[in-house]
Design a protein around this ligand. Sequence first.
Ligand code: G3P
Length: 215
Amino acid sequence: MYLFINFKAYRESTSFSALNLIRTIESNFGNDERVKIVLNPLDSMIESSLDKYIQHADPFPAGPYTGFIPVELLPSYSYKGIMINHSEHRLERGIILKNVDEARKNGLKSMICAANLDEIKEFSSIKPDFIAYEPPELIGGNISVSDSKPEIILQAFNLLKGRGIELIVGAGVKNGRDVKKSIELGAKGVLVASGIVKSKEPITVIKDMINNLGD
Ligand code: G3P
């Protein structure tokens, strides 16, 4: 089971605030392999005992690619995986495919974000390690995906069952109850941003989520 924490581009979770948040999470959950941090590329140099994912990358080798983030360079920043096609950073299908291939070649995990069941179906043929289902209209809000779209989580679970792709769900996930319900519906983990990084007590929130995640 997994708790992916997406740091996005909030002031509370970039630059020195990212460093502080990461060190605080490490000192509470440093050995918990279920916790993964999804960093803004600006903060790539921050080392961590937690598995690091990047929020976006480009399917290029190292070379003359001004302003791009070549997947090939990510292992040298200790990244373990890449997030692809987040709702806030959509990509063309061909680029998604190339990103998954590049990730595999470079020993990185891949997580494709999907906005609906059709996309989950479509992206499952690309065979990433994870598909994260996030209904865009719920992102950053207070109604969780598990409360609002339980039937889609269940359908997604049935669709991905036995295909070697783990289902992650996100959007509006705020507490242990949302996590518990997501797992009961078949998710292998949750992807959370504002519920943790904008909270005044992120560690209390993470503890509540972890306690409801399972092993
Ligand atoms: O990637 C996680 C995200 O899009 C969900 O955001 O703020 O609803 O947890 P949030």
